[in-house]
Design a protein around this ligand. Structure first.
Ligand code: B12
Ligand code: SF4
Length: 562
């Protein structure tokens, strides 16, 4: 059983003392893939206050979601929009609900609705309100009011329509003490890596930096209150321990915007967190991943964290050109990025990275600098190439700048912009035709995705399984496939850039690229499945002996885990 020591929320405890009408349930709809912590916290607070809550995945068929709503007759439906490009999908669903006679209160929350509430209300006319910023207290007050037929329009933290006007009530302050919240409910089956369960978790909220392409800092700065809040290390570890002991979770993904590491105060926090993990004897039993900036990578601290279970570090490197880093307002240098990568390689920590090959300041020179940067950091075949193009999301400084300079294009679901050199747009268009970027990098059957999962498995095996037969040879083969596929992709991108900047002949066709992609994928699957098959017994008996699984008939395949 979960232990809750205190009232769940928040600055104004009087909201918990009032009487409630909990006779009708609340429905929350969100993107549940990989576990949605925002929805989890909202559901936990409502349940703690006596409401029955149904959490539904937006990725389900709209008719199925409608069926649930018709059956349970909720008093309020809360829609969680964490990716702005989902807004059309939500708009269609809300229309379907209303058309089928669902008349309860509809509200929506998340970054986009919080920052662009007027557009949200315009694009989704069926909404009654928008909950702005952190939603736990506001949603609870809204449900309390609606379920008792009281006026909800005075509640802080809302935006709604009043005739032709859009009204906002005073912004709700950010939660001051995150440990007053109950642990988030996790209404989903955990994902698995080789039979080991994965769960997301948060140690903090907010980010002190101001990258121009990111809506996180604007979201947390636009509301009153402290921008960055950390939980107590002991509380975070208590939650991890509970999830490990009660649900067998062994892999924790910290989804913090920027894991607390930077500067004296957060470094102390990180050290205390490591101490707590040891005090609770979790190292060796669980492993964890976190996101941080490259300038927070410090050899001594990262060795301590590695020895306490840290197995994967995600860094938003974003650009390999100084000008790109400046445009993105990363406040970091290329050298700092490379230094961080080298430290992590040196101390044997797996890492992953976010990277934007193209941004609004891109030139052919910066594109080639980026290609060379990727070659430098990936030259040993340690990881597959990944990159995207910067997209101007709402609520970001770079979008405002692109609007100001008349370069913004596209719409909310497909935000876009003009490059300064029109040839770059042509290059990007050609690139996406020659290399299906989704097919190579992002999709489920993409080489990058599959290789990432294979490396992820390796890191998991090295931390949570006994020594497996042929591990060194397998890693060598993975490294070779990774390197060859990286070299191939980067060469295609580079050749194409010269085709557009210098008029050189374009030698690549989609067919050739696809054939190569399939070749790398086939090689990977043969090597990976062979390795797992040779070690099947030992993997299964390890899982059985430590109680991670009861019966496993078949080892998972790379594609199954992804
Ligand atoms: C974890 C995460 C993911 C996970 C999502 C897992 C999941 N199912 O939730 C994964 C890895 C899948 C993911 C993928 C991507 N992500 Co992401 N992700 C995040 C991240 C880092 C944390 C989300 C989180 O857990 N936050 C913690 C919770 C507590 O906060 P919250 O979600 O904001 O919820 C609170 C409030 O917003 C509000 N609220 C939210 N919903 C609702 C609903 C109601 C009814 C109410 C009342 C209130 C409310 O109350 C909540 C509690 O306080 C955010 C950054 C961020 N800080 O949110 C980016 C973020 C959401 N991701 C982003 C992006 C761009 C992506 C990708 C496109 C990246 C890429 N290039 O591939 C993909 C898209 C995937 C897809 N569907 O195609 C952007 C979205 C930008 C935008 N404006 O659309 C964000 C904001 C990061 C950023 N730098 O700007 N992501
Ligand atoms: S990109 Fe990362 S470091 Fe930059 S503001 Fe967003 S969360 Fe913070």
């Amino acid at each position: 059983m979960r232990q809750l020591t205190s009232l769940p929320v928040i600055q104004d405890a009087s909201v918990f003392i009032q009487s409630r009408n909990t006779s009708r349930p609340v429905m929350l709809i969100g993107f549940q893939n990989q576990g949605n912590l925002g929805v989890g916290y909202l559901a936990a607070v409502l349940r703690k206050c006596g409401y029955e809550v149904h959490v539904v995945d937006i990725e389900q068929e709209p008719e199925k979601i409608l069926k649930v709503a018709l059956e349970i007759k909720p008093v309020l439906i809360g829609f969680s929009l964490i990716f702005q490009f989902f807004i059309d999908r939500y708009a269609t669903l809300l229309y379907l609900f209303r058309a089928n006679g669902i008349n309860c209160h509809f509200t929506m929350g998340g970054h986009f609705p919080s920052l662009s509430y007027a557009q949200t209300l315009e694009l989704v006319p069926e909404l009654d309100s928008v909950v702005r910023f952190e939603g736990e207290t506001t949603l609870l007050e809204l449900v309390d009011a609606v379920s008792q037929d009281k006026d909800w329009r005075e509640i802080h933290g809302l935006a709604f329509r009043n005739g032709e006007q859009i009204v906002t009530t005073p912004a709700r302050a950010l939660l001051d003490d995150l440990d007053q919240l109950p642990y988030p409910d996790r209404d989903y089956e955990p994902e698995m890596v080789l039979g080991r369960s994965i769960m997301p978790i948060l140690a903090s909220r907010g980010c002190a930096r101001t990258c121009s392409f990111c809506s996180i800092h604007t979201f947390y700065r636009a509301a009153p209150g402290r921008i960055v809040r950390t939980r107590k290390p002991a509380e975070v570890v208590r939650e991890m321990r509970m999830l490990h002991e009660e649900q067998g979770i062994t892999i924790f993904l910290f989804q913090d915007d920027d894991f607390p590491l930077f500067g004296q105060v957060w470094r102390r926090w990180a050290n205390e967190f490591v101490d707590e993990l040891h005090r609770n004897e979790l190292p060796g039993k669980v492993i964890w991943k976190m996101n941080c900036r490259a300038d927070a990578v410090d050899r001594e601290l990262f060795i301590r964290m590695r020895d306490a279970g840290l197995y994967l570090v995600y860094m938003g490197l974003e650009s390999g050109s100084e000008e790109g880093l400046e445009t993105l307002h990363k406040q970091i240098t290329v050298e700092q990025n490379i230094r961080a990568v080298n430290i992590l390689k040196d101390i044997g920590l797996m890492w992953e990275y976010g990277f934007m090959l193209l941004d609004p300041s891109s030139t052919f020179e910066s594109i080639r600098e980026n290609i060379n940067f990727l070659r430098t950091i990936l030259e040993d075949g340690c990881l597959p190439v990944t990159f995207c193009r910067m997209l101007p999301y709402d609520g970001t400084p770079i979008k405002d700048e692109l609007v100001r300079t008349g370069r913004i294009r596209g719409d909310i679901c497909n935000p876009d912009y003009d490059f300064l050199d029109p040839k770059i747009s042509e290059f990007y268009e050609a690139l996406t035709k020659v290399v299906s970027l989704t097919g190579w990098i992002h999709g489920l059957k993409a080489v990058t995705n599959q290789l990432s999962w294979a490396w992820h498995e390796v890191a998991t095996i090295e931390r949570l399984f006994p020594a497996l037969v042929g591990m060194d040879e397998y890693k060598e083969k993975l490294r070779r496939i990774t390197k060859e596929s990286n070299d191939f992709l980067l060469r295609v991108v580079e050749d194409l850039s010269y085709a557009f900047s210098h008029g050189k002949e374009d030698i690549w066709t989609p067919d050739v690229v696809e054939k190569n992609r399939d070749r790398f994928l086939d090689e990977l699957l043969v090597e990976r499945d062979g390795f797992v098959y040779r070690n099947e017994r030992i993997i299964l008996s390890t899982l059985e002996s430590d109680g991670s699984v009861e019966i496993v008939e078949e080892a998972t395949s790379v594609s199954a885990t992804a």
